[in-house]
Design a binder for this molecule. Structure first.
Ligand code: OGA
Ligand code: MN
Length: 222
């Protein structure tokens, strides 16, 4: 059963101060790592959604399957499914991230304008090599958020996120993709990678964007 009680109150109340902590961290160091931080009812709802999705609802990323297999499998091997308002879990997730967006805009004056996100599934052996989510000059993706939905993750399952502090950092910070961990960072500034996973690994990856309108036309989320 999905428990929707948390919808009635301010989401931040489920985890007092989470949004404020994220804002402070972003201001101080540009990234924020929060284990067990996702409101439990929201996490449960998202996990149920994943459990009811067939593997065929996941697909390879923005580039075509063939192209991906030929050209890109050395960079990225995982499958994704974009999140929309069409499911209850999707609605709740988008509501929560929209509250976070409003909070961060008030606190940090980031001018975040839109949000896009997808579920990711990494099967055993999958990975995502070191990359950045946005390139300087493109603007657009400002803040990345990752949320992990894997109960009882063990160290031997590997599949850690490694967040590097800058382009030359080779050591990074390793983050276990355990249920409810919320990671937020400035999209341009932090290269990161997903180490080869030894277990099915589920995550949500999302991006808060600024409006990069060209000639007065609004650029909608892709
Ligand atoms: C991404 C990404 C990391 C993860 O989708 O851009 O970096 O831990 N994902 O799934
Ligand atoms: Mn990324």
């Amino acid at each position: 059963m999905v428990n929707n009680d948390f919808r009635q109150h301010d989401y931040d109340a489920g985890n007092p101060g989470l949004f404020a902590r994220i804002a402070d961290d972003i201001q101080d160091k540009g990234y924020s790592i929060n284990p067990f931080a996702l409101p439990l009812a929201l996490g449960t709802c998202l996990l149920e959604q994943i459990n009811t999705m067939g593997d065929d609802e996941f697909e390879h990323g923005r580039i075509g399957r063939e192209q991906l297999l030929m050209k890109n499998q050395f960079v990225r091997k995982n499958e994704i499914c974009w999140i929309t308002n069409e499911s209850e879990a999707g609605k709740d997730w988008l509501q929560w991230t929209s509250e976070m967006q409003t909070f961060l805009n008030r606190r940090l004056l980031l001018g975040l304008f839109s949000f896009e996100s997808h579920f990711s599934h990494y099967a055993v052996g999958d990975f995502y090599k070191r990359h950045v989510d946005a390139h300087k000059g493109d603007a657009n993706r400002v803040l990345s958020i990752l949320v992990y939905l894997n109960p009882d993750w063990l160290a031997e399952s590997e599949g850690e996120l490694v967040l590097y502090k800058d382009d030359i950092d080779q050591e990074g910070i390793k983050i276990i993709p355990g249920f409810g961990t919320v990671v937020v960072f400035l999209s341009e500034d932090f290269p990161h990678e997903v180490l080869v996973t030894q277990r099915d690994r589920y995550a949500i990856a999302g991006w808060f964007r600024v409006n990069s309108s060209v000639l007065g036309r609004i650029d909608p989320p892709t």
